[in-house]
Design a protein around this ligand. Structure first.
Ligand code: 6PG
Length: 252
């Protein structure tokens, strides 16, 4: 497992760097496996990345889009992560609709929809214990949550399925489980803003446990972990060089 931590000057630079890494991973996955599977993050940070991906020329038929988490709202709801990615990216490009695999939220039963998406993944990837996505994009909240894995919630310890139900202040959300995220070939955190500083300090420089700061639970089993921060979020970090290769700016 390889970890990279990069602190970019500002959010536009972070997005430019993320684009370069994502494009490199897409090219590599398609060259190696003929297809690239990418799980999208929600929230606000990744939206400009999706807008830039909409400007790229990609082998759309070989790209399969999934979501790493979803608010439990209709697909046309303003809070929907699916809606955000479709408006910013997927509606602008000729990707086959069959290649877009949104998390279902229509059963009025989050557990049922979580089980349905679990089955969707098993059907797509075949019945290996933990499918390896080529790319999992993640954001991080100022409380250290990622995907919909919130502090001190039961979702953090679910290890017997791919998809579970997370909750944010009682509001249900569908989410990848920790082991599914960690099975990925490339995990890319996009974190911007001074409000993320405290959680980052806890994650990188304390023995705070993952239940308190769930992003700390993200460590790929065999793949590469990229933390991409803007200076506002990461300037106070002085990462342990032994863990994070901050000098060698790896060519994606
Ligand atoms: C969501 C995301 C969530 C998000 C973080 C950071 O559904 O909201 O998956 O985990 O990535 O809350 O959000 P920002 O990028 O808006 O800071």
């Amino acid at each position: 497992m390889t970890k990279y931590l990069e602190i970019l000057d500002d959010k536009p630079e972070l997005i430019k760097r993320a684009l370069r890494i994502v494009m490199g991973r897409i090219e590599e996955a398609i060259a190696l496996r003929g297809v690239c599977t990418i799980a999208l993050a929600g929230g606000s940070t990744p939206k400009p990345l999706y807008e830039k991906l909409a400007e790229q020329s990609l082998p759309w038929a070989q790209l399969h889009i999934f979501w790493g988490d979803e608010r439990y709202v209709p697909a046309d709801h303003p809070d929907s992560n699916q809606r955000m990615a479709r408006l910013a990216w997927l509606n602008q490009v000729p990707i086959p609709e069959d290649n877009i695999h949104p998390m279902p939220t229509e059963a009025a039963d989050p557990q049922q929809d979580a089980a349905a998406y679990d089955a969707t993944l098993r059907n797509f990837f075949g019945d290996r214990p933990w499918p390896s996505f080529d790319i999992v994009l993640l954001g991080m909240g100022d409380d250290g949550h990622t995907a919909s894995l919130f502090p001190q919630t039961a979702a953090l310890t679910v290890g017997d399925r791919l998809i579970t139900v997370g909750e944010k202040q009682g509001e249900p959300r569908l989410t990848f489980t920790v082991p599914l995220i960690n099975a990925a070939h490339s995990i890319i955190f996009l974190v911007a803003g001074a409000n993320k500083q405290e959680a980052l300090q806890k994650i990188f420089h304390s023995d705070a446990d993952g239940c308190a700061y769930p992003s700390k639970l993200i460590n790929p089993d065999h793949g590469v972990l990229w933390w991409l921060l803007d200076a506002a979020a990461g300037d106070r970090l002085a990462p342990d060089e032994a863990i994070y290769q901050t000098k060698a700016r790896p060519e994606p």
